[in-house]
Design a protein around this ligand. Sequence first.
Ligand code: SF4
Length: 305
Amino acid sequence: MTKPQYEKYCDIPTILVREKFGNANIYNQDAKSLLTKASGFIAAYDFTLNPYRGCQYGCSYCYAAAFSPNPQMRQDWGKWVIVKQNGAEILEKELDRWYKKNPDKPPSIYMSSVTDPYQPIESKEKLTRYLLEVMVAYRPILVIQTRSPIITRDIDLLQRFKHLRINMSIPTGSESVRKDFEPRSPSIKARLNAVKEIKQSIDPLKGYIPKLSITITPLLPTFPSDEAAFINKLQIVDRVVIQEFHASHNRSLVAGTRKEAQEIKEKYAWWYDNEQVKYLTFKEKLVAILTGVQIKEDQEGFGYE
Ligand code: SF4
């Protein structure tokens, strides 16, 4: 057994600190359940599915930090990940239970609401991949929300899902803005290339091409010099979703924009001093430039159909 190196940090009793991966402490936990009844923004789904707790990308505006196990871990958002190590086994049991009660109704599942299922540790852990291997036999309606090109590793499995939407999160078209707000995340180019690869490498005679969205949520500033080129690249998907920043809250267990992001926003006064106008202008440009692409806002954009 690996000796704990960072004890007294995470106060959930079943956790053992296992290793350091990149910038993050990795913990293991036996989860009691993987499927959580969906609520709030994504209440239209039966379940949310989060393979991990915590997220190495540690985006400055991430509302999921509010649901950290304790205030210290909330503060250190991005520097810890809890792996639900028994996830595949538990998920299989839960899906069996679902079909006993609902033999003719595939569950709708949103993966993930408070973590990125393809954050860097997934390249080693393969937990999300194991969950997909379980799920494919159960024919769910599945939405995968990520900002990671690691998802392309699983194209062989993804193409076996008949009802799959992949939401690739790209909140800005300017690389320098991306580096300010989410410095540990993959480049914009890498994310766009991943979407392209998913779309182009699946043979429709051998697999299902998933529905593809780009979620610009929250809409971050894009410099005018980058705007048209960025929007043109979005033509590759069938849906683009935009959303404004959440309101700020300082309390835990309340989703809101964190102080870290509020401070970065000050650097972009040219955008945020007129946020409503910038938002509407950006939306108008999406509508004007993109053809055959749904432009959706807020909750409406996060449905499967
Ligand atoms: S990738 Fe998503 S879950 Fe992870 S820190 Fe960023 S916004 Fe939060």
